[in-house]
Design a protein around this ligand. Sequence first.
Ligand SMILES: Cc1cc2nc3c(=O)[nH]c(=O)nc-3n(C[C@H](O)[C@H](O)[C@H](O)COP(=O)(O)O)c2cc1C
Length: 190
Amino acid sequence: MIRDLILKNRSYRRFYQEVAIELETLRELVDLARLSASAANMQPLKYILSCAPQKNALIFPHLGWAGYLKDWPGPGEGERPSAYIVVLGDTEIKQSFSHPDHGIATQSILLGATDKGLGGCILAGVEKQGLRDALRIPTRYEILLVLALGKPKETVVIETVGPTGDIKYWRDSEGTHHVPKRLLDDIILS
Ligand SMILES: Cc1cc2nc3c(=O)[nH]c(=O)nc-3n(C[C@H](O)[C@H](O)[C@H](O)COP(=O)(O)O)c2cc1C
C-alpha cells in the first residue's frame, strides 16, 4: 500500500484549477507535517496556507516550474494549482535550516494529498523576496519551500535511467510527463 501511494505521489505541475481545495483540507495536511520527524524535535517550521484565487494569484508569479522543460513557462491559467502551502523556518526557534525537516514535512503533506486524490509539487525554485513582499512575510521567517497542490491534470510515468545516465524528465507529444529513476542496484552500494 505504501508503495502504491509513493508511486502515485509524483510531482504534478498541471491541475484542474477549477477544483477547489478547502482550507480545512490544507489544515489536515499540515497536521501530517506536524506529526512528522524533526531534528532534535525543535519543530521550527511554520506554514502559510492559500486556497483562495486572489491569494493564489499573489504566490504563482514567484514560482519556477520544471527547469528541464525549457520551452514550458509553467502552468497556464486554468491549469494552475488551486492551493499552496508556503513552508517557513521560524528563526526564533532555529537559526539554520540545513536539517531536512522541511523535506520530510513536505513529503508527509504530499503523501496525504495523494491519499485524498490530490497531487502537487515541491518548489524550491522560489523568487523569495518577491514572495515575501507579496504575502508580507516578516523577516523572522525564512522561506524554505512552496508546495503547490491541486487535482492533477497530467499523467506522469516513471522510466529507468538509461546507459547515458540522463536524469532529465521530459514531456512527450501527448503531454505525458516522463521521470527517469536510477535502478535499485545502482543506488545500493553494498
Ligand atoms: C527539494 C525539491 C525541490 C524541488 N523544486 C522544484 C522546483 O523548483 N520546480 C519544479 O518544477 N519542481 C521541483 N521539484 C520537483 C522535482 O523536479 C521532482 O521531484 C523530480 O523531477 C522527480 O519527479 P517525481 O517527484 O515525480 O519523482 C523539487 C523537488 C524537490 C524534492
